[in-house]
Design a protein around this ligand. Sequence first.
Ligand code: NAI
Length: 306
Amino acid sequence: MTIRYDGKVAIVTGAGQGLGRCHAIELAKRGAKVVVNDLGGAKDGTGASSEAALSVVAEIEAAGGEAIANGANVAKYADVEAMVKQAVDKWGRVDILVNNAGILRDKSFAKGSLEDFQLVLDVHLMGTINCTKACWDIMREQEYGRIVVTTSSSGLYGNFGQTNYGAAKMGVIGAMNTLVQEGAKYNIRVNALAPTAGTRMTEGLLPEKAFDLLTPETVTPAVLYLAGEDAPTRTILCAGAGGFSVSKIVETESVWLSPEEQTPEGIAAHWDEINNAAGARELQGGFEQSVKMLTVAAAGLGIKLD
Ligand code: NAI
């Protein structure tokens, strides 16, 4: 079955180039009306221009699609509110939000400034929160919403020189995990994309051959899937060069230690067992961890919990 978005309104942030541009063009090709947002600054977040967003809108229109350009800085809530109002005034709803805008201020933690750290958090994490907040009530009222946050392997696994970026990119996963729970009864599904692509952001970091394979076009199908009617929820979908995988946060089985062994030495003695990935599983909410710990404690102590 072809996945289409006829009658749906989508906002794609940072859609003036790179991955966002490709997401916006493909959503429009499949029937969505698209807000092409882009601040139009440099890779480090300095400057602004409406040129890139306007040229993507022109591309969409030339292909017979519908789109409007928007120059909001996602880090500024007033800008974001005006962007969402622009979409609602024009098309009456917002069904899909792809939080994609981003910048880099790479430096080792020792050399990086707190100002850069804050700016990267403001664009990636607060940008995602601002856009989600501005769409949330609309999606709740219409009982439909598909939100994609953009994470990164740098946040999930770490990358030298990217403490600020990694913190922001893992932050969006933390937000997603709870948004999923709060949005479920309103048919709002929230998922994350972990892309790898040759764009301005990764220019000079990849050999040319790899750059040629890692096109944005190979990543966008993942966003299209996550933005669809039958999207999953709470999934971290990784995509690049035609490869797709799912990243999961799992927890090992809990090992109950007797009161005498509930010491750092006891943990050291049982480390291989505690750190054993066999039997590790995803938890569906924070509360499940408490239940897990209490269950093994009750078994260990020979008591019954109601
Ligand atoms: P890009 O630099 O080509 O595009 C990012 C766009 O966001 C730019 O057009 C920029 O003007 C816009 N933008 C930046 N700050 C903004 C703001 N405050 N408000 C509105 N727009 C703003 O980068 P690329 O590679 O397309 O990245 C897209 C997303 O994917 C980013 O969130 C990035 O962190 C993420 N990502 C990319 C990877 C890659 O391999 N290219 C890897 C992992 C994550």
